[in-house]
Design a protein around this ligand. Structure first.
Ligand SMILES: Cc1ncc(C[n+]2csc(CCOP(=O)(O)OP(=O)(O)O)c2C)c(N)n1
Ligand code: SF4
Ligand SMILES: [Mg+2]
Length: 291
């Protein structure tokens, strides 16, 4: 697909996406670019780490620093980037299969260590890129090539999992509400610490159950019911709502707590990249086995 001409009004636009027409990934892509523009960030002032999946293919559709990691592993890469240069905003974009299947261990450990990372999960209940197997967030009974009799397990609830793991900012948006999602991404980037944006994303090709229409019938905004995002118990209760009936969107929980970077004495004055030695350091002694 041809590259669009560079446009000052769309500094992050790159090649036109190859997603299926109507895919919810377009809404997330738009919300993300709008957030970055609103924060007046430039393409060389932000780094993305992508998982593997249709979601991760966004590496080709956003103009900024980008790292396309292994399936399930973008979070440790992102934490490494933050430790190397803790002045650089880092955004992780990955699928629900990536982050809640193979990468679920990284999800909870990153949430508890609290690096300053914004984590956007494209939550479409399927493995889109590999042709529609059910993902860990698929509802019980969801029929897919990997569950011909219907899913028999309980779905993973990313919002509840993040809360239980100590995440300091926990939110849920919807690809069909670009303005609402933009607001959450802005707040996630501004938050000092690990910020989850669980982005509900219709996959129009492999998930005909959780359609735009299905979501529009169920979503409501937490602000409209006076939810207090400082109240953990209230956040937990909202996170337990049965998504087959009502789906709360917005910030469930936000609190301030030290990031992992801020607790490293070696990073107190300068970033690691600013501390490059002028001469190579001999580390052979460190590698010598103890006698
Ligand atoms: C280590 C590893 N395991 C499995 C795969 C195969 N694989 C590629 S994409 C994918 C699923 C992607 O699903 P998801 O993360 O939900 O992203 P989506 O395509 O739905 O956006 C899988 C299993 C892989 N590439 N690498
Ligand atoms: S398969 Fe689904 S998630 Fe992937 S691009 Fe198509 S609609 Fe989007
Ligand atoms: Mg998926």
């Amino acid at each position: 697909m041809a590259k669009p001409a560079p446009s000052p009004s769309k500094p992050f636009a790159s090649q036109h996406p190859t997603w299926c027409p109507g895919c919810g990934d377009f809404g997330i892509w738009n919300a993300l670019q709008r957030s970055l523009r609103r924060l007046k960030l430039k393409p060389d002032q932000v780094t993305f780490v992508f998982g593997i999946g249709c979601s991760g293919n966004m590496v080709n559709f956003i103009k900024a620093y980008g790292f396309h990691g292994l399936h399930g592993r973008p979070l440790p890469v992102a934490e490494g980037i933050r430790l190397a240069n803790h002045r650089l905003p880092v955004i992780v974009v990955g699928g629900d299969g990536d982050g809640l299947g193979e990468g679920i261990g990284h999800f909870l450990h990153t949430a508890r260590s609290n690096p300053n990372i914004t984590y956007i999960i494209h939550d479409n209940q399927v493995y889109g890129l590999t042709k529609g197997q059910h993902s860990p967030t698929a509802e019980r009974g969801f029929i897919s090539p990997s569950a011909p009799l219907g899913v028999q397990e309980e779905p993973v609830n990313p919002v509840a999992l993040a809360l239980a793991s100590g995440a300091s900012f926990v939110s849920r948006g919807f690809a069909g509400d670009v303005a609402g999602l933009e607001e959450l991404v802005v707040r996630g980037i501004q938050h000092e610490g690990f910020a989850l944006v669980d982005a509900l994303q219709p996959c129009v090709t492999y998930n005909w159950h959780n359609s735009y229409h299905w979501y529009y019938q169920r979503v409501y905004n937490l602000d409209s019911v006076g939810h207090d995002s400082k109240n953990f118990v209230a956040a937990w209760e909202r996170a337990q709502e049965n998504m087959a009936e009502k789906i709360p969107l917005g910030v469930f929980y936000a609190r301030s707590r030290p990031t992992i970077e801020s607790q490293q004495p070696a990073l107190a004055r300068r970033t690691l990249v600013e501390q490059q030695p002028s001469q190579p350091i001999d580390i052979s002694k460190l590698l010598t086995p103890y006698q």
